[in-house]
Design a binder for this molecule. Sequence first.
Ligand SMILES: Nc1ncnc2c1ncn2[C@@H]1O[C@H](COP(=O)(O)OP(=O)(O)O)[C@@H](O)[C@H]1O
Ligand SMILES: [Mg+2]
Length: 454
Amino acid sequence: MRPADLWRHSSFRLAIGVSLFVVTTLMLASGVGYGLMKSQLAARQDARVTEIFAAIERTILEGDEDDLIEAVDARIQASPDRATAYGLRSLDGRLLASNMGDVVVPAGWSTIEADRIGVATDYPYRVFSGEAGTYTLTVGLTNADLDDLQEIVLAAFGWAALASLLATVGAAMVLASRVQSRIAEAEAAAARVAQGDLLARLPITGRGDDLDRISQAVNAALERLSSLVEAMRQVSADIAHDLRTPLNRLRIHIEGAARKSASGQTAEDDLAEALAQSEMIDQTFSALLRIAQIEARSRREKFAPVDLAVVIADLADVYAEVAEDAGMTLSTDAASPAWVMGDRELLTQGFANLIENAIRHCPPGTAIHCAVQAIGNHVTGSILDTGSGIPAGEREKVLRRLYRLESSRTTAGSGLGLALVKAVADLHGADLSLSDARPGLRVELRFAALHNAR
Ligand SMILES: Nc1ncnc2c1ncn2[C@@H]1O[C@H](COP(=O)(O)OP(=O)(O)O)[C@@H](O)[C@H]1O
Ligand SMILES: [Mg+2]
């Protein structure tokens, strides 16, 4: 990664931001600490000056002027480098003892340059001048130690700030390039997906960190997407394949009609067949379209509380006679209320398809039973018959569009009834299950119950 690129990465900017914050905080804290230390040291120096002043003052009380001059001279001898400056005058201004020349210092505390008292350093002196008995006494201390210390401390703080800045920036770059290389891998995978490779997946390190979690979520979405695309591919292939048969039949009838009318025969029968065939194709397309529409409904706009027991009871009323005409019996066990959240029209159509299937695909003498049960958090609606049933291996397949059992090829229908039931179940978030009713078929839809619907 080029340094110029670094700035474009949020991880790097974040790390730099944090390190600048840390360094600024460090410098502020150092500044406060330095200020405290400086005032502490200055106070000490003043205390030291005061102490010396008091000691000399005591000598004045204890002896005569010679003793005093001697004591001050002794102190002057003890400070050959003039780190401590002394000046003693009589009140009339006569200089009695001094290692700071004939400098007159204002009374009280002051700070004076070293060259004023003839010392060749850059460090100023902290000076106190006041009356001691019948004398004027001046005591000064060089700032050299204090200034040296200040310099050392400032340098230490400066180096520490620089070192921590370098260390955090270095760490930020390492961190950013690590995160960046993972993001680059994810980008590459996303680019492959964009080019149509639905099998590409984002890399997972297994560390379970946030990038891993995002990658897992994206991979799960890709998984779902690719299986949907695969299913769509399959469906369109199936539809194209299955529609060839009725289209071929249509062509045969039209050809027959053309041949007959060419030879002067009446073509009425063939034309009627062709018409019936084209109507059937039209119905098939309408049904396919309807299923697609149900599947496409993302919003459940027409959903309202529906009592499934009422839906089934109404259907049973409508189909009782049809079943009877086919030599079958139709019974109902639907205890109201059994509220679900749903689209009444679609639910009615779905269960009607199931009852019609039982009537259409079962032999005379079959008993059909419609049941609705509300147990706990679920409402189940089921249609059960005592017909030939569907072999276990076929129960998934009959839910596909246009799929029919071999034995049903000759019965009317287009193989879309159960596909619609499946679409309705999915839209309602209901579980659809086909099982063996020993003998016969039991189709059940299990919904989430809607409590307190009214
Ligand atoms: N109650 C049933 N008993 C036996 N077979 C059934 C029953 N319901 C559906 N089937 C089988 O499942 C196939 C698919 O049903 P469906 O999708 O409704 O299409 P269609 O009824 O138009 O054939 C039917 O062709 C039939 O073979
Ligand atoms: Mg059907």
